[in-house]
Design a binder for this molecule. Structure first.
Ligand code: ATP
Length: 592
């Protein structure tokens, strides 16, 4: 196929805005293509040359692109750059420049194959002469281009095609061209969800129609589009929708689809299907324990505080995305991966089995402890109180809430349906004011914090009962110097047993007389079954906790323990936070 045919089609698509007309134009283009050409058209139309998960990037730098346009057209660099500022679109610039080319030399007509192969060459060029290769290859294409071809080639090379064609429009066009009707798109979509490579799908249907699709199945190394969850506001609604459920902890980390080959190779994919193996060498190494079988697991990876075992907020994990910070981040914030699903095992796709079955298999292959472990979950049968209690317990442990799943459901790749429901703690409001809390106990540190305390047990004051009631465990915000001095500072206050004025459901490693007051800031206040502050005041059987508490660095030596923030103040803060959340929700609903 001549590339001019593709360029003309793109030009038409640019003029059209109706989806049906676009589908029709694309369908006709597909019908003229050989199967291998259909594959190339499918990628190019989305501005790609390969599926995203292969990470093959085109995006040529602007400078190089301008240089190539100058070489191919004979227009000087200065004029090209002046004209670019005027036109502002690399495609139109290339079109204009190519039009200025002296027509002395004969040119070779461009084919789709040549354009595509050159683009691959540009993307794959590496090493010291890679810039040169990229410029020469791009300039070579432009030298043989008609102006309209140059427009699209330049845009694709720069990663700026934007024809307004989405994946689903393309699938519609493929369905019309090769399966006879748009109605049959779902057949393609189903495959695309488990094998999100539009080129492969296009080639398969172009070659063998429906039969071609039968050959496409869950494959190691090809990420499956993730199943997503619907959202509800209350636990009641969860019970209405899924009375018999698996209630799973909802970890606030990074979604991770894990592909393991029996020979030890491992690939990790993000929610957006990018290959994220590089920033997680520790996860990859921990997965070595699974070698010997081929499998695909669905999981969430979180960062933990190695001293306290506390799960850290999502941002901490993101340090790893900084290019050079992986080693450091790994040490500072080791990763634990919670596996909640198994999608493939030893050559067989498991996605059509009910979750209950998949869970049974998962439990055989993934341990309950260690750095790669099974998700914590509970089977609940329509009991609201049980669900609420489990939810609070999860939030208390640093979870975002729960994901509720129907044990009878299959894995619906790429779908946000009602078989998965997320019940999240309200996270909209931030705790703006710091509080002053009394140190009542400590937990011994591990790893880097061996020999000192890993976390302190903090309490608010209840003047009515003259009691100190726990509200959080705090392990963050200390300078190294503060940290190393903690045992020395608290030594005079150590007591053999818990002071009778301290009310705690948690057993500390060391107890202190309530004396020292520290200023603490947290993200918000949540219900908690394990802390005694505000116990039974908001909900029966629950107290209040400060989530993600951090030391602000201020030792409130100017305050005695009775001057600390009171239990009532914490209750009030919780209530006003709730009011704020409700108002925010109302505003959001009105805006929607
Ligand atoms: P979504 O992924 O639903 O579009 P989002 O990216 O904002 O929305 P959330 O609303 O927080 O994410 O909820 C879904 C995400 O929760 C999943 O994509 C996954 O990363 C994470 N998650 C944590 N624990 C679990 C679990 N046990 N089961 C499924 N997903 C979980």
């Amino acid at each position: 196929m001549k590339f001019i045919r593709v360029a003309e089609c793109y030009s038409k698509l640019e003029e059209l805005s109706g989806r049906l007309e676009m589908i029709d134009v694309l369908k006709r283009l597909f019908l003229e293509a050989r199967p291998d050409e259909a594959e190339k058209i499918a990628y190019l139309t989305l501005g790609k040359i390969a599926p995203d998960y292969e990470g093959l990037e085109l995006g040529l730098g602007e400078k190089l692109a301008l240089r190539a346009i100058s070489i191919a057209s004979g227009v000087s660099d200065q004029i090209i750059s002046k004209e670019y500022k005027k036109i502002g679109d690399i495609g139109k610039l290339a079109e204009w420049a190519v039009g200025k080319r002296p027509s002395l030399f004969g040119k070779e007509e461009l084919t789709l194959d040549r354009v595509f192969n050159s683009l691959i060459k540009i993307a794959k060029a590496t090493g010291s002469d890679s810039q040169d290769i990229k410029i020469r290859t791009f300039a070579g294409l432009l030298s043989d281009s008609e102006p309209i071809e140059a427009r699209y080639i330049a845009r694709i090379v720069m990663g700026r095609l934007r024809l307004g064609v989405q994946d689903m429009t393309l699938l519609d066009a493929l369905a019309e061209a090769y399966l006879g009707s748009r109605e049959r798109r779902s057949l393609l979509e189903e495959k695309y969800n488990i094998y999100p490579d539009i080129g492969r799908i296009a080639r398969a249907v172009a070659e063998k129609k429906e039969k071609g699709l039968e050959e496409i199945d869950v494959t190691l190394g090809v990420p499956i589009r993730p199943m997503l969850a619907q959202r509800v506001k209350s636990a009641d609604e969860v019970i209405e929708r899924i009375p018999k459920m698996y209630a799973e902890h909802k970890y606030d980390g990074e979604r991770m689809q894990i592909h393991i080959w029996r020979d030890g190779r491992v690939k990790l994919f993000s929610r957006r299907l990018e290959d994220i193996t590089a920033p997680y060498p520790d996860v990859r190494d921990a997965l070595k324990a699974f070698v010997g079988r081929d499998m695909i697991l669905d999981a969430e990876t979180v960062a933990v505080n190695p001293d306290t075992g506390e799960i850290l907020p999502f941002q901490e994990l993101m340090h790893r995305r900084r290019k050079y910070g992986v080693e450091e981040a790994m040490e500072q914030y080791p990763a634990v991966t919670y596996v909640f699903d198994v999608l493939y095992l030893d050559g067989k796709s498991l996605i059509n089995l009910p979750l209950r079955e998949r869970r049974r298999i998962l439990e055989e292959i993934v341990p309950k402890e260690g750095n790669i472990r099974e998700v914590i979950y509970k089977e609940i049968d329509g009991n609201l109180q049980e669900l609420e209690a489990f939810f609070e317990e999860a939030v208390e442990k640093g979870m975002e809430g729960l994901v509720i799943k129907d044990p009878n459901s299959r894995y619906q790749a790429g779908t946000r349906g009602w078989n998965w429901i997320k019940l999240k703690r309200s996270y909209i409001s931030k705790m703006i004011e710091p509080v002053d809390l009394v140190v009542v106990g400590a937990f011994m540190g591990r790893g880097k914090r061996a020999g000192t305390y890993g976390a302190l047990l903090m309490a608010a004051y209840d003047p009515k009962e003259d009691k100190y009631k726990t509200v959080c465990k705090m392990g963050s915000g200390f300078t190294d110097e503060d940290l190393s001095r903690l045992p020395e500072i608290f030594k005079p206050y150590i007591t053999e047993v818990r002071d009778p004025s301290v009310e705690s459901k948690i057993e500390a490693d060391v107890w202190f007389q309530p004396k020292i007051v520290l200023e603490v800031i947290g993200d918000e206040i949540t219900l908690s079954p394990v802390h005694t502050c505000g116990f039974n005041s908001i909900r029966k059987g629950s107290g209040l906790a400060i989530r993600f508490p951090r030391f602000t660095g201020r030792w409130r030596d100017d305050k005695g323990p009775e001057d600390a923030t009171t239990e009532d103040e914490i209750i009030q803060m919780y209530k006003s936070q709730l009011k704020e959340i409700k108002e925010e929700e109302k505003i959001k609903e009105e805006a929607a």
